[in-house]
Design a protein around this ligand. Structure first.
Ligand code: FMN
Length: 343
């Protein structure tokens, strides 16, 4: 396939693996890039030395282009982005924060920058900052998709900017990819689909549960990690999203989580006194970590919480990444032929 996105990134399929904590790890990132897409390393849970080691691991597994994801709101994200710049990572994807400082430095070595956005306002502002493409995440998405569905958000943003748009949220097969291209996108990001592949480190119990659940078995709520996000519907998810966690409880849990990933607890406490809104959000994020990790890594859906998109209703198996891509290509051709017959 050839689209403005494959040309921009030098890839074969216009399909990205987005950054997913504990899932978009070197083996899966390399598998996606090696199969012709673009794998993006999730750095949320990584310290800068771990990020550097992960980049080396990806490079040992593939010589194809890959990316690194930085959720700029998170502590340590800026330092991880610095590592990506030093290592001349081909693609840097930033979200939840201002990343314009990255752009000239990444361009200086020929790298590309992708901004993740969920509104037209943010899309326009990212375009002004000089990024090369936008990842537009609609309401159907796992985790932090926007308020507006991909069906409406993608063409709205594609009309508002001159950059290649990558549609995320609700795409799991060739029909979805063709639909995204029709809406004005130049490619798609597939989170839920690529998390449910053989190469993905997502726990086998969760992969099996995704197959069993349907499209309406998700919950979208701001009450768990502090931002509106989509989770697998389980008794625990229903209970924990009923109302916001008390701030002091989340502060306690966040400091415990910060200790686990080696972040300075003092920073959180100091921040509480100065930048209250931002730190409040960080605190909720931090408090969410143990439950998110328990689901993804240990398959514990009783204590754990699992991000998942509505496309879980379309996921029926656990193929290899290569199989997913080959299947998608044939589905795109089929869907194109079928819709052509209507004209
Ligand atoms: C299991 C899983 C874990 C995810 N973890 C994160 C994460 O840690 N940070 C993040 O910004 N997005 C995360 N996402 C969201 C993806 O980056 C992406 O936006 C989303 O999956 C796209 O929607 P889709 O699932 O319909 O393809 C996660 C998605 C899944 C399926």
């Amino acid at each position: 396939m050839r689209t403005p996105l494959t040309d921009l990134l030098g890839i074969q399929y216009p399909i990205l693996l987005p950054g997913m904590s504990w899932i978009s790890t070197p083996p899966l990132v390399a598998a996606v890039s090696q199969a012709g897409g673009l794998g993006i390393l999730a750095t949320g849970p990584l310290t800068p030395p771990q990020t550097r080691a992960a980049i080396a691991e990806i490079r040992a597994l593939t010589d194809k282009p890959f990316g690194i994801g930085c959720t700029l709101l998170m502590p340590g994200a800026r330092e991880n982005a610095e590592v990506a710049l030093e290592e001349r990572v081909p693609v840097i994807n930033f979200s939840l924060g201002k990343g314009e400082w990255l752009v000239p430095r990444c361009h200086a070595y020929g790298g590309k920058v992708i901004a993740t956005v969920t509104t037209v306002r943010h899309a326009r502002s990212a375009q002004r900052s000089g990024v090369d493409a936008l990842l537009v995440t609609g309401h159907e998405a796992a985790a932090h998709g926007g308020e507006v569905t991909s069906l409406v958000l993608v063409p709205t943003i594609a009309d508002a900017v001159e950059l290649p748009v990558i549609a995320g949220g609700g795409f799991a097969d060739g029909r979805g990819l063709l639909a995204a291209l029709t809406l004005g996108a130049a490619g798609v990001a597939m989170g839920s689909r690529l998390a449910t592949t053989r190469e993905s480190p997502l726990h086998a119990t969760v992969k099996q549960t995704i197959i069993e659940k349907s499209a309406d078995d998700t919950v979208y709520s701001p009450h768990f990690d502090g931002l509106p996000a989509r989770y697998m519907k389980t008794p625990t998810a229903l209970r924990l999203t009923r109302q916001p966690m008390s701030f002091w409880r989340s502060a306690l849990q966040a400091t415990q989580a910060a200790r686990l990933v080696g972040q300075p607890v003092g920073k959180i406490l100091l921040g509480l006194l100065t930048r209250i809104e931002q730190v409040k959000l960080l605190t909720y994020f931090g408090a969410a970590v143990p439950r998110l990790r328990a689901a993804t890594e240990a398959g514990d859906l009783e204590y754990g919480m699992q991000f998942i998109g509505q496309v879980q209703g379309l996921i029926q198996d656990v193929p290899t990444v290569q199989d997913v891509f080959e299947r998608i290509l044939s589905e795109v051709c089929q869907a194109h032929r079928r819709t052509g017959e209507y004209l």
